[in-house]
Design a protein around this ligand. Structure first.
Ligand code: FAD
Ligand code: SF4
Length: 398
């Protein structure tokens, strides 16, 4: 359901108070503003409405009979890309920050919603409405924690801005699309990233302490296409830990319940999506969803090397085998995990097939999580595309 004027306001919920989505809340920030009035229709975890919002954002919902759209959502084009001159300290090569800076300096928008970190803690998110390229660049790199990006929405109306860019992950963008018409903007641009397995700040600490040899010096990390987690440390060194060596038993409850029940990995409602998982190692992956997204990418085209997307390997057996292994919390000894990582990297899925591997593994896990913990939500919360993806696999009865 799309919300239409008149714009109603309610009192923002107090910091730390229980949110309407209860433990499923991803702290997207909507409830920190007077737009909490719309929470029952807008919250991604209370009212799943991806197909309707795709129709609103892209003029059609995804074609479920096209294998690429089933997985990656509505798109006009896809490619692999990297910046000719990467931005130092960005998560990958800094395509997201570059697009945002160009949109601001070329006058396409008056402000950009993005997320910096607090002064005391590099992983504690501090959302801002940036008005200068310096502020945007200070928001580069992932804050791998739930981030209330939408908490700055009230500022937008107060500032009188009419043209805005919002950078965000799927759950933030779903709520944003649902209240888009209430924001009083002439033009809203949305630049999304894929997102999965996010954590609270406390959960992040547990993950770092369980997995890295030096948790206090980690600057950023990523679950890479070579089936290893890459931790970048303050001194520039990279520590690589194979996925198959992760302590799944310890880590089982580390991911936020919202992320364990999310089926919008690829940020279906953004105009343009910049990730990495559908691209060869070292490249970023771009999905242009609509003409607005194309316009945004064109602003930085001359700063990018690009190549077509590729796909090789077969993910299906690896996904099917991972289902009981995850369920039982199987952890391989490190030597075996390393061997397995090397073999899978050589013969395993690559490019778009790697992206499908990651989507399948997470959707099957999340479907089971929902079935066990929120059976009453299963039917309405899982979008049709996710039901079709999950139905390719055999899941345990209970
Ligand atoms: P940069 O130029 O470094 O800019 C990063 C931007 O991300 C900044 O503008 C900042 O405002 C925004 N941001 C940072 N943290 C958050 C947050 N918590 N919530 C909302 N916005 C934030 N891509 C994949 O292909 N597969 C994945 O599994 C995947 N998982 C991700 C998980 C998380 C929690 C996040 C935040 C991103 C994930 N991505 C994933 C996207 C990917 O890691 C990069 O962010 C993306 O490729 C952009 O890189 P960049 O160098 O262009 O970004
Ligand atoms: Fe509110 Fe967002 Fe939490 Fe839903 S996810 S309850 S909209 S803060």
């Amino acid at each position: 359901m799309t919300l239409v004027a008149p714009h109603k306001k309610a009192k923002a919920l107090k910091n730390g108070s229980r949110r309407p989505a209860k433990e499923l809340c991803s702290e997207c920030g909507l409830c920190d503003t007077y737009y909490v009035h719309y929470v029952k229709e807008a919250c991604a975890f209370i009212h799943q409405q991806v197909a309707e919002l795709e129709e609103q954002a892209h003029s059609r919902s995804r074609d479920l009979d096209s294998s690429n759209e089933l997985y990656f959502g509505v798109h006009l084009d896809m490619m692999a890309a990297k910046k000719k001159q990467p931005i130092d300290g960005a998560q990958w090569t800094g395509i997201v920050s570059t697009i945002a800076c160009e949109m601001l300096t070329q006058g396409f928008v008056e402000g950009v919603v993005c997320v910096q970190n607090t002064q005391e803690d590099r992983f504690q998110p501090a959302p801002i409405l940036a008005r200068t390229p310096e502020e945007i660049l200070a928001a580069r790199v992932n804050k791998p924690t739930l981030s209330p990006n939408l908490s700055v929405l009230e500022e937008i109306e107060k500032s009188g801005m009419k043209r805005l860019l919002v950078i965000g992950v799927g759950c933030q963008i779903q709520a944003l699309r649902a209240v888009e018409k209430q924001l009083g903007l002439e033009k809203l641009y949305i630049l999304g990233t894929p997102c999965v397995d996010n954590v609270s700040r406390a959960g992040l600490q547990k993950f770092l302490e369980t997995t890295s040899k030096s948790p206090d010096t980690v600057v950023h990390y990523e679950f890479m296409q070579d089936f290893r987690v890459h931790f970048k440390h303050e001194d520039g060194s990279i520590e690589k830990v194979p996925f198959f060596g992760l302590n799944t038993k310890e880590l089982k409850d580390v991911f936020a319940p919202s992320c364990m029940s999310c089926f919008d990995y690829v940020n279906s409602l953004a105009d343009l999506v910049v990730g990495y998982m559908g691209a060869p190692f070292g490249w970023q992956w771009i999905l242009i969803r609509n003409e607005t997204g194309r316009e945004m990418l064109e602003l930085v085209q001359d700063q990018l090397d690009t190549q077509p997307v590729m796909s090789s390997g077969d993910r299906k057996a690896a996904v099917q085998n991972s289902i009981p292994a995850y369920d039982k919390g199987v952890t391989l000894p490190m030597w075996a995990a390393k061997m397995m990582g090397i073999v899978i990297e050589k013969i395993g899925p690559k490019g778009l097939e790697y992206a499908r591997f990651s989507i399948d593994s997470h959707f099957t896990r999340n479907y089971l999580y929902l079935k066990r913990n929120y059976p009453e939500k299963l039917e309405s919360h899982v979008p049709e595309y996710a039901k079709r993806i999950v139905s390719q696999y055999e899941l345990p009865e209970k």
